[in-house]
Design a protein around this ligand. Structure first.
Ligand code: SF4
Length: 113
């Protein structure tokens, strides 16, 4: 009869430690999974990319077609670029589901402030 409170507190302790261990295990795995989740590279052949004049290198922009383009503009300094500093490719808020090159460009470019 006097075992019951101890059994309950032991069970509660085991439940709490199991939950904490699971949380640490998930937290330890998340950064590695995020790093491994590279997206497919956007290409100029993609219909949305074509519509926005996307090029993989800002030096390839047809200046006659896009006279407002400046050579200093690229994905790396665009407000829509979400890649980590120092990485050659990263996600773009405009082209969801794709990585874009840091030296790329499209007509949606907006200089990050
Ligand atoms: S919106 Fe910006 S980051 Fe995305 S492709 Fe165009 S220039 Fe690059």
């Amino acid at each position: 009869m006097s075992k019951r409170p101890n059994d309950l507190s032991r069970r509660r302790f085991l439940e709490m430690t199991a939950g904490t261990a699971a949380a640490f295990a998930i937290a330890g795995v998340l950064p590695r999974r995020a790093h491994a989740a590279a997206l497919p590279h956007l290409t100029p052949a993609n219909p949305q990319a074509k519509a926005l004049g996307f090029v993989e290198n800002t030096a390839q922009v047809n200046q006659a077609k896009y006279p407002n383009h400046k050579p200093s503009q690229d994905c790396g300094n665009c407000t829509f670029y979400q890649g980590a500093a120092g990485t050659p490719w990263g996600p773009c808020a405009i082209f969801k589901g794709y990585d874009v090159p840091v030296r790329g460009w499209c007509t949606a470019h907006a200089t990050r402030k």
